[in-house]
Design a protein around this ligand. Structure first.
Ligand code: AMP
Length: 376
C-alpha cells in the first residue's frame, strides 16, 4: 500500500516523498483512514512504529482542508505528551509533513522561559504540542484557549500515568469541547489505561501493532556457527563483503568492545566502542560520529546501547549472544524500524548453543543458519 492510496493530499505527499517515505507503516495503514473518518482511536503502539505520523498526517490534512472562517487561528488540535524531548519530536513531525501547507504549529514545555512560547501563541497556532505542566500554567495565565479544539491526542499515555500526570490530565480534559475527536496512544495497556480510555473515548476504533517479540518477523535473521577464536575473522569478512552503512555490533564485555574497535580500525573500517567505562562525553562523540556516518560501525554493550536511538540502522551483529533471550529481541529490534527491512547476524560458538536454543524458543522459530563467507 502507498500513501497515495490512503487519499493523502498532494502537499503532504510531496513532503513525505522528500523525507523518502513512500509506504505507510502498519500503524499508519490502520490509523490514518480511521482518523480521517473522524473516529476516536485507542491505539497500542510503541515509539519507532511511525505512530506520530499516523496522527500528524490526518490532522494536517483535516485542518488545512477546512480553514477557519475569516482566517482566525484557533488551537484546533492539541497533542499532550509526557516529556520535552517527545514534544519537540512531535512538533518536528508537523514541521516536516506540513511544510508545503499553511498550517501553523508550535510546541510548549517547561524548564525554559515562557516568553518565546507566549509570543508564538499570540500570533495564533492551529496545532499545539504540549507537556501537561506548562500547558496548565499558560492556560491559567490566559494565553491558551482550548474551547475550539477539534482533535485531542494523548500520546504515551502509560508513561504519562507513570510520571504522575493523571491529575493534570483530569484538569485539562474539562477545558476541551465535549464534541471532539480523541486519539489515545499507549505502548502498554495496564488496567489504569483501559479505564482512562473508557472515560475519554467515544466508541473508539482499536488499532494495535504487534509487540516487539513479533515485529522481529520483519527482520532477516541468520546465525553463523563459528569457533570463538574465529569470530574476529568472520566479522571482518562480513563487514568487507556487506556494503551496508551503520552497523551496530553487540559485545558481551566492555573489554571485548574496545578490542573489536581496535581490530576493525586497524583493518580500515571506521569503528568506535561505547560502554559504561567511557565518559559521557566520549560516548556522545562516538554516537555522533556514528549518526553522521563518520564511523561505520558502533560496538556496544547492552547497557550502553539502551540510549542509542539511530534511525535507519541497517544491520545488527550479535558478536556474542546475549544471556537473556529477550535481549536478543531488543537488540535486533533496532534495525528494521518503521517497517523497513532490517538484517541481523548472530555469531554462535559451541558454548553459546544453549543460549541460541532459548532465543529460538522465545521467538518461536529457528533462525536460519548461514555458512561462513570464507568457506562458502
Ligand atoms: P515514531 O514511532 O513516530 O517515533 O516514528 C519512528 C521513525 O519512523 C521516525 O524517525 C519517523 O520519521 C519514521 N517514519 C515514520 N513514518 C515512516 C514511513 N512511512 N516510512 C519510513 N519511515 C517512517
Amino acid at each position: 500500500m502507498t500513501f497515495k492510496q490512503l487519499n493523502i493530499t498532494e502537499p503532504i505527499l510531496r513532503a513525505l516523498g522528500e523525507k523518502g517515505y513512500t509506504d505507510p507503516t502498519p500503524i499508519q495503514q490502520q490509523a490514518i483512514p480511521v482518523v480521517m473518518a473522524g473516529r476516536d482511536i485507542f491505539g497500542c503502539a510503541q515509539t519507532g512504529t511511525g505512530k506520530t505520523a499516523a496522527f500528524a498526517i490526518p490532522i494536517i490534512q483535516r485542518i488545512t482542508g477546512a480553514p477557519t472562517a475569516g482566517g482566525r487561528r484557533d488551537i484546533r488540535a492539541l497533542i499532550l505528551t509526557p516529556t520535552r524531548e517527545l514534544a519537540i519530536q512531535i512538533d518536528d513531525c508537523f514541521e516536516d509533513y506540513a511544510r508545503h501547507t499553511s498550517l501553523r504549529h508550535s510546541v510548549i514545555f517547561g524548564g525554559v522561559g515562557q516568553k518565546p512560547q507566549t509570543d508564538t501563541l499570540r500570533r495564533g497556532v492551529d496545532v499545539l504540542t504540549a507537556t501537561p505542566g506548562r500547558l496548565l500554567d499558560l492556560m491559567g495565565q490566559g494565553f491558551i484557549d482550548l474551547s475550539r479544539v477539534e482533535c485531542f491526542v494523548l500520546d504515551e499515555a502509560d508513561r504519562m500515568l507513570d510520571m504522575g500526570f493523571i491529575h493534570d490530565i483530569k484538569r485539562i480534559l474539562p477545558k476541551l469541547p465535549q464534541k471532539r475527536q480523541t486519539l489515545l496512544f499507549s505502548a502498554t495497556l495496564p488496567p489504569a489505561i483501559e479505564s482512562l480510555a473508557r472515560t475519554m473515548l467515544h466508541n473508539p476504533a482499536k488499532v494495535a501493532v504487534a509487540p516487539v517479540s513479533s515485529t522481529v518477523d520483519t527482520i532477516s535473521q541468520s546465525v553463523y556457527f563459528v569457533d570463538k577464536p574465529d569470530k574476529k575473522t568472520l566479522l571482518l569478512d562480513l563487514l568487507r563483503r556487506d556494503k551496508r552503512d551503520s552497523v551496530l555490533v553487540f559485545s558481551r564485555t566492555k573489554h571485548g568492545a574496545d578490542k573489536l574497535a581496535r581490530v576493525l580500525s586497524k583493518a580500515g573500517i571506521g569503528a568506535e566502542a561505547i560502554h559504561g567505562d567511557k565518559s559521557q562525553g566520549a560516548r556522545q562523540r562516538a554516537l555522533e560520529n556514528f549518526k553522521t556516518h563518520r564511523s561505520r560501525v558502533l560496538i556496544a554493550t547492552d547497557i550502553a546501547a539502551r540510549g542509542i536511538d539511530v534511525d535507519q540502522l541497517e544491520l545488527v551483529i550479535n558478536y556474542d549472544l546475549p544471556e537473556v533471550p529477550e535481549t536478543y529481541v531488543h537488540r535486533i529490534g533496532r534495525t528494521g524500524r518503521a517497517g523497513n527491512a532490517g538484517t541481523a547476524y548472530s555469531f554462535c560458538a559451541e558454548e553459546e548453543k544453549p543460549l541460541l536454543k532459548d532465543i529460538q524458543k522465545l521467538i518461536g522459530k529457528d533462525i536460519p543458519v548461514s555458512r561462513q563467507p570464507a568457506t562458502a
